[in-house]
Design a protein around this ligand. Structure first.
Ligand SMILES: Cc1cc2nc3c(=O)[nH]c(=O)nc-3n(C[C@H](O)[C@H](O)[C@H](O)COP(=O)(O)OP(=O)(O)OC[C@H]3O[C@@H](n4cnc5c(N)ncnc54)[C@H](O)[C@@H]3O)c2cc1C
Length: 421
C-alpha cells in the first residue's frame, strides 16, 4: 500500500460522508440550525476516523516498505487529533441542541455514546500528554488500548438510533471493518505464540549495551528493518518492545543490540540462553535498498542508532556489495563505541568506506568533537551526489533532516529512523 493511495482513500471517504451528511439535512436550514443538524455528520466522521486509526496502527506487514509502520503511526497521531475533534463537535452540537430545545434525556444509546466518548477522549488526552505528565510508556499504552472498547460502544450507540439508507451501509462497513481488524490481530498473536524463538547467545558489548541472538523460524527482512520483541524470562512475558534487526538478513540467527535506557532495557543483561521470545517482524522501510544505486550512501548515526547501519553493512559484506559509504557516528565518549573490531574489518574490506567519529564529551579526543552538523560533514563527502540515512536521538535526527532540507536536498534522498513509535 502506498501512503498516497491510503490518504486519497481517506479523503474520498470523508467527502462521501460529508455529501451523505449534508444530503440528510433539511434544505432550508442555515446558521445555527444547520450547525446543530450536522451533529450526526460529525459522529460518522469521528467513527470513520476511529476505524482509520485502528487500520494505521495495525501491524500489516504487507504494507511495509511503501507505507511503513513508523510512518503509519506518525499519521495515526495526526489523524487521531482530527477524529477526536469530530467527536467533540458531535457532542458539543448535541448539547447545544438539548440546551436550546427540549433538554437532555439519558437514553440507553446515549449512555453507550457517553461511555465511548469518555474512553476515546481519555485515550486521546493520555496520548498527547503522557510525556509532559511523565506517565510510564506501558501505562499510557494500556490506557490507549481503551479505544478498542470505545469503538464497539460507539457502534452500540449508533445502531439503536436506526441508521437508514446509506448510513446503514456505513454502519455495517464500520462494524465489519472493526471485526476484520480484531480477527487480524487475533490471528497474528496466535501465530506469534505458536512459534517462539530461543535466545542462543547473550553478549555484553560495553557498559550498558548487549547483543542478544535468537534462533527460530527464518524471518525475511531487509537490512535495517525492525521487529517487536517480547522476552519470556522465568515464565514471565515482557511488554513488546521495538528493536532493529541488527543482523544481516543472510544470517540464520536474528541479532538485536539493546542499550540500557529504561525499565525494560535495564533488565536485558538478566536474559539467559534458553529463554524464549516472541518476535513480530519485519517492519519499517529504513534500508539502503531504498537508495539509488549510483549515489554515495551517507549514514549518520547517533549512539545506539548505529544498529540499522550495522545490519546494512553486514548485509553488503555478506553479499559482496561494494558501494561507496561514509558513516558519521556521534557518541559522547569513545567508551560508548560498539563493534570496533568489526567496523575496522569492514573499513579494510570495502574499497570506499570511511567512518568519521564525533565525540561530544571527550576533551582529549583527537578527531571531530561536538555535535554533528551537516556543514561539518561536507568536507568528508566527495563531489558525487549523496543519499542520506539518519538514525539517532529524535532531536538530532530532526535537526539533521531540516539542515538537509535547507540545503535543498530532495526529500526522497533523505531517510530517517526515529527510535520512538
Ligand atoms: C524502530 C525502532 C528501533 C529501535 N531499535 C533499537 C535498537 O536497536 N537498540 C536500542 O537500544 N533501542 C532501540 N529502540 C528503542 C527501544 O525500543 C527503547 O529504548 C525501549 O523500548 C525502551 O524501553 P524501556 O522500558 O527500557 O525504557 P523506558 O524508559 O520505559 O522508555 C523510553 C522510551 O522508549 C519508548 N518505549 C518504551 N517502551 C516501549 C515499547 N514497549 N514500545 C515502543 N516504544 C517504547 C518510549 O518512547 C519511551 O519514552 C528502537 C525503537 C524503535 C521505534
Amino acid at each position: 500500500m502506498q501512503r498516497s493511495v491510503f490518504i486519497a482513500a481517506v479523503i474520498l471517504l470523508v467527502l462521501y460522508i460529508i455529501a451523505l451528511g449534508l444530503d440528510a439535512i433539511p434544505v432550508h436550514q442555515t446558521g445555527l440550525d444547520l450547525a446543530i443538524s450536522s451533529h450526526r455528520l460529525f459522529a460518522w466522521l469521528g467513527l470513520a476516523f476511529l476505524l482509520i486509526q485502528f487500520i494505521l496502527s495495525a501491524r500489516i506487514k504487507s504494507w511495509e516498505i511503501n507505507y511503513s509502520l513508523d510512518r503509519r503511526l506518525a499519521d495515526h497521531r495526526r489523524f487521531g487529533q482530527i477524529g477526536v475533534t469530530f467527536l467533540f463537535l458531535h457532542v458539543a452540537l448535541i448539547l447545544t441542541q438539548d440546551i436550546t430545545g427540549a433538554g437532555f434525556i439519558l437514553t440507553t444509546p446515549r449512555i453507550w455514546g457517553i461511555a465511548a466518548f469518555v474512553l476515546v477522549m481519555t485515550a486521546g488526552a493520555m496520548a498527547s500528554l503522557h510525556k509532559r505528565l511523565g506517565v510510564r510508556y506501558e501505562t499510557w499504552k494500556s490506557v490507549h488500548l481503551l479505544t478498542y472498547l470505545g469503538f464497539p460502544l460507539a457502534l452500540l450507540h449508533v445502531w439503536p438510533v436506526g441508521p437508514t439508507g446509506q448510513w446503514y451501509w456505513m454502519g455495517l462497513g464500520a462494524t465489519l471493518g472493526f471485526f476484520v481488524l480484531l480477527v487480524h490481530r487475533g490471528v497474528s498473536i496466535y501465530q506469534l505464540r505458536r512459534q517462539p524463538y530461543e535466545v542462543v547467545d547473550v553478549q555484553r558489548e560495553n557498559a550498558d549495551t548487549w547483543t542478544l541472538s535468537f534462533s527460530g523460524k527464518r524471518v525475511h527482512y531487509n537490512p535495517g528493518q525492525f521487529g517487536h520483541f517480547q522476552l519470556i524470562r522465568e515464565g514471565r512475558r515482557s511488554a513488546s518492545h521495538p528493536f532493529t534487526l541488527a543482523s544481516s538478513p543472510t544470517e540464520s540467527k536474528i541479532r538485536i543490540t539493546p542499550k540500557e535506557s529504561g525499565d525494560f532495557t535495564k533488565t536485558i543483561g538478566d536474559t539467559r540462553i534458553g529463554d524464549r521470545a516472541y518476535i513480530d517482524a519485519p517492519f519499517g522501510s529504513f534500508t539502503y535498498h531504498q537508495a539509488s544505486r549510483h549515489l554515495l550512501l551517507v549514514f549518520i548515526a547517533g549512539g545506539i542508532g548505529i544498529t540499522p547501519f550495522m545490519s546494512m553493512l553486514r548485509h553488503m559484506k555478506a553479499q559482496g556489495i561494494d558501494r561507496p559509504v561514509r558513516l558519521f557516528w556521534a557518541n559522547k565518549h569513545e567508551r560508548n563505541l560498539l563493534f570496533d573490531e568489526e567496523l575496522a574489518e569492514m573499513e579494510a574490506h570495502f574499497s570506499d568506506f570511511r567512518i568519521i567519529h564525533f565525540m561530544s564529551e571527550q576533551p582529549d579526543w583527537m578527531g571531530e568533537s561536538g555535535h554533528i552538523h551537516i556543514t561539518r560533514i561536507q568536507p568528508y563527502l566527495p563531489s558525487m551526489d549523496c543519499e542520506y540515512f539518519l538514525c539517532g536521538p529524535p532531536p538530532m535526527t530532526r535537526a539533521l533532516e531540516s539542515q538537509l532540507r535547507e540545503m535543498r536536498i530532495p526529500r526522497q534522498r533523505i531517510h530517517r529512523e526515529i527510535f520512538e513509535l
